[in-house]
Design a protein around this ligand. Structure first.
Ligand code: ATP
Length: 448
């Protein structure tokens, strides 16, 4: 993880939020490469979930809603995490995560054993002097801590209190009727959304994994309210979502499903499964698939008139809810490879922030440099393209490998005569000679 965090900062993927003012816990800024990567990820999700299907439409709801939404949805009462405090060092923890980390800790060092572990665990394991492990008996009674972030609106006192959304989901439910009335969707159908959510997390950490501001990508899929349909669509979306991560290159051995026990399910879920990733800090949630039943539409007093059977009913909902930031983090982790002579991010070409880099073989030959510039301009019209004429070719390859650029094009002496360039593949490091006229199609084909 430390290597990923360092690479992310060094190359402009992710920076600590407000860094020049000592940062602010749980907030991150995405740099020039990070924003490209994130946009690619969201675009791929949207294509797979919306454009490639016939029964799914999109929405982009507001972040701030009337507080009555959160009252009806149950979030003001039940969107809580269990909070405990250590009476000795006053650190606060999420009790369920505390228990989980301890299990892991004992596995690593044995009961009673104390050993220096990776920095990211220190807070949770150690009390006061970083030598003694926390003790269960020093923890306060568990309290329910609400994760919603309050905001105050208006110019006169008392200001109107509302919330930054804790999940993007409710924006879909409150627009259910609008969408049914204004588009031609018929059950079964889905509404997809990508957007920011905010949670006042007790223990933000593990880089962007648990942030206070993050993005979610969600599908709410509305079905007829019966058990058979529920089972069918729950299992359909479980498999579809797992397939998406694999299609974009996450190694199968690093993915698994984990069903939620009844006592850990969110207040809205009839049943729930997580897609988990084998991360450097243990198996961790990528995305949740939830059977929300009719919980939300009933709370908002919304129904659906089925034109086929001319009956009114409250549909059930199967939800797939993933985090953009978590996905990005795990795609980075999974793609990170250290080889003998290089660090390489083996990102799926569709996710790679830069698709192709163009180099003049030498920088002191005018003809070569100007040819390289013209190839760069040509490619830039179609792909995110970099130009690099610093140092030697070997160093330029290494710099592109480290950010996952799938192709590097070099303009050399032969280019001037034969109009061909070399194109080097990031993973195999093999080079081919390709005619400049064919370059665009060559790269397009490889990218798809
Ligand atoms: P956790 O148990 O890790 O707190 P959760 O089960 O509460 O997560 P959901 O409410 O199901 O999470 O949210 C759906 C998705 O949103 C998660 O799978 C995750 O990818 C993302 N997500 C949730 N909380 C955060 C967070 N604090 N930081 C980054 N992503 C998050």
């Amino acid at each position: 993880m430390e290597k990923i965090v360092a690479l992310a900062k060094r190359r402009g993927f992710i920076y600590q939020g407000s860094e020049i003012y000592e940062g602010i816990t749980g907030f991150w800024d995405y740099g020039p490469l990070g924003v490209e990567f994130k946009n690619n990820l969201k675009r791929e999700w949207w294509k797979y979930m919306v454009y490639d299907r016939e029964n799914i439409v999109g929405i982009d709801a507001a972040i701030i809603m009337n507080p009555k939404v959160w009252e009806a949805s149950g979030h003001l009462k039940a969107f809580t995490d269990p909070l405990v405090e250590c009476k000795k060092c006053n650190k606060r923890f999420r009790k369920d995560k505390f228990d989980e980390y301890w299990e892991d800790f004992y596995k690593k060092v044995g009961r009673g054993g104390v050993k220096a572990l990776s920095k990211q665990y220190e807070d949770i394991y150690y009390c006061i002097d970083r030598k003694n492990p926390h003790k269960e008996e020093d923890l306060t009674q568990e309290k329910k801590f609400n994760l919603m972030t309050e905001v105050f609106l208006g110019v006169t006192e008392p200001k109107q209190k509302t919330y930054l959304r804790g999940e993007i989901t409710q924006g879909v439910f409150v627009n259910f009727k609008n969408i049914v009335d204004s588009s031609r969707v018929k059950i079964p159908f889905g509404i997809a959304q990508i957007g920011k959510a905010f949670r006042n997390e007790i223990t933000p950490g593990n880089f962007t994994y648990r942030s206070r501001e993050f993005e979610q990508m969600e599908l709410e899929f509305f079905i007829k309210p019966n058990e058979k349909e529920g089972e069918k669509w729950f299992s359909f979306w479980k498999e579809e979502r797992m397939k998406w991560y694999k299609l974009l290159g996450i190694k199968s051995e690093n993915l698994r499903f984990r069903n939620h026990e009844q006592d850990e399910r969110a207040h809205y879920a009839r049943f729930a499964t997580d897609i988990e990733y084998k991360s450097p800090f243990g198996w961790s949630e990528f995305e949740g698939i939830h059977h929300r039943g009719d919980f939300d539409l009933t709370n908002h007093n919304l129904k659906y008139k089925d034109p086929e059977i001319e009956e009114e009913y409250t549909p059930w909902v199967i939800e797939t809810s993933g985090g953009v930031d978590r996905a990005m983090l795990f795609f980075l982790v999974d793609a990170y490879h250290e080889e003998e002579k290089r660090i390489v991010l083996k990102l799926h070409p569709k996710l790679a922030p830069v698709k192709v880099a163009v180099f003049p073989l030498v920088r002191n030959k005018k003809d070569i440099v100007s040819k390289a510039k013209s190839v760069y301009k040509m490619l830039k019209a179609h792909f995110v393209t970099a130009f690099d004429d610093r140092g030697n070719i070997g160093k330029r390859y290494l710099a592109q490998d480290e950010i996952g650029t799938p192709f590097c094009v070099t303009i050399d002496y032969e280019t001037l005569g034969k109009q061909t360039v070399t194109i080097r593949d990031r993973d195999t490091m093999k080079q081919e000679r390709v005619n400049i006229d064919k370059l665009e199609d060559y790269i397009k084909e490889k990218l798809t």
